[in-house]
Design a protein around this ligand. Sequence first.
Ligand code: NAD
Length: 259
Amino acid sequence: MNEPRVALVTGSTSGIGLAIARALHADGCRIVLNGFGEPDAIAAIRAELSTAGVPADYDGADLSKPDAVVALVEGVVARHRRIDVLVNNAGIQHTARIEDFPAEQWDRILAINLSAVFHATRAALPSMQARGSGRIVNIASVHGLVASVEKSAYVAAKHGVVGLTKVTALENAESGITCNAICPGWVLTPLVERQIEARAKARGCDRDTAARELLAEKEPTLRFTRAEDIGAMVVFLAGPAGDNITGSAFTLDGGWTAR
Ligand code: NAD
């Protein structure tokens, strides 16, 4: 019997990353979790994503620290002697106009949303190249393709992720390794819930009205993209049908970027 594929999903204790980890686990992967959270909640996720009765691995590496990112990836390769799927998902947000944007928030967003993708990819490639196979999926955003006000660091980082995705794909085009980006629109996760709450407060309206306004402004379908659908897209890209798909950026955005 073939060994299960080993998949590292960064930022998988919440939101989109957790949905991706669940989808890859359902597709037969052995999961390595990463991200912050309460120990009990993380233990429950590890148990839920067990393989052959063994809880999923968990490494709480802080991705704002380059050495910790490298140690996270090297730890996976040392334990499992392989890394088949790397999903660079962890990300944070801060909103403010450029003139008011705290410099430390700029540095933190660039470190977690962009530099960590570089460090993890750089650490994973030698093992993937040696085995002649690997799948890297970077969770960018529609903000990797278009901009919105008050998101300078996030938009800059996500445009960087889309560019880095293309370079990774080209450099490894003949190595059996693919690298693609997924660009979601609004997905109802804690990251977006905080933006809805901030909007409700600023407008003096209730949460549901703020959520409807948020959608109406950007997503023609007036619907949030489901985290599960991003998980399904990662499974597709990591599976056999994704063999010759590389260097692409896929939008799951309810028509946001069609306008
Ligand atoms: P979330 O806040 O629900 O989850 C973020 C995850 O990243 C958590 O597991 C958190 O613990 C982890 N994380 C944060 N900082 C970390 C650090 N320093 N080190 C390690 N882990 C860290 O957010 P989400 O909405 O699920 O976002 C996941 C990704 O999807 C992000 O890259 C985000 O930019 C992107 N995205 C989200 C949306 C959306 O609408 N929610 C849209 C487009 C793109």
